[in-house]
Structures are given as structure tokens and as C-alpha cells.
Design a protein around this ligand. Sequence first.
Ligand code: HEC
Length: 124
Amino acid sequence: MFKHTMTLVALVSALALGACGNKEEKSGEQAKAAQPLPGDPIKGKAVFEQYCQSCHGADGKGNNGLGANFVEDKSRLAKSNEELLKSIREGKQGKVGTMPAQKGVLTDQQMKDALSYIRKTWGG
Ligand code: HEC
């Protein structure tokens, strides 16, 4: 009998403890916010198709090495908008090849729109 009582006490306290439960407070850490779009992705799609797609591919994968691969090389879109816009504006030479400067070809707004389309479609 005593043994049963003890078991019961143990059970009840276990239940009580469970009920008080440690509500898991969400820690203040939030998912790192995606980069804000610097322009209009809808206008940017047209810019991309006309000026960027030949090298970057309609699928963003870099058209067999002609342009940076935004899908498989996550380091690209991990960069800030400022950094990427500078690469687009001034051109960029790197491990994949050379991207010609777009200044003089496109307005700053068109470059921002194109980058917005890239971000909206492939992330970062
Ligand atoms: C003639 C081919 C070509 C064209 C046209 C082109 N790119 Fe690129 N782009 C490249 C290459 C090559 C790279 C990678 C350079 C390297 O190896 O770092 C690149 C890299 C980039 C990057 C990543 C830059 C970085 O800092 O890592 C972005 C963003 C980009 N291009 C956007 C654009 C946009 C937007 C357009 C159209 C307005 C465009 N590109 C047109 C070839 C091109």
C-alpha cells in the first residue's frame, strides 16, 4: 500500500511539473532579414532579359560559365546591395570571368531594378 502511495505521489508531482512546463520563450534572435529590394523587380525583369540574361541565363545559373551563377554560388547574393550594384555599375573581373561595366548603358535605377529581379527570383 505504502509503495503504491509513493508511486501515486511521484506520478502526481511529475504531472504537476509537466503542467507548469517550461514554455519555451522564443529567443530574441530573429532570422536574418533578407536584403531589401533596391528597386522594382517587375521593371527589372525586362532589364534582366535584355541586358543580363545572355550571360546569367534565364535560370540564373550563369549560362555555362558566361556569368556568375546566382543559384549555386550563394556567396554572390550574400553580398550587400551596395556591393553588387558597384559590381554591376563598374563591371567585375573574377574567377568566373569579366562582367562589363553597365554604367553608360543602363541608368542607376535600371541596375537597381535588375538587381531587385535577381534577388526576388534567386534570393539573398
Ligand atoms: C558579358 C556577360 C555578362 C553580362 C552581359 C552581365 N554579366 Fe553579371 N557577371 C558576369 C560575370 C562573368 C560575373 C562574375 C565575375 C566574377 O568572376 O566575379 C558577373 C557577376 C555578376 C554579379 C555578382 C557580382 C559580385 O560582386 O559577385 C551580379 C549581381 C551581376 N553579375 C549582375 C548582372 C546584371 C544585373 C547584369 C545586367 C544589367 C549583368 N550582370 C550582365 C557576366 C555578365
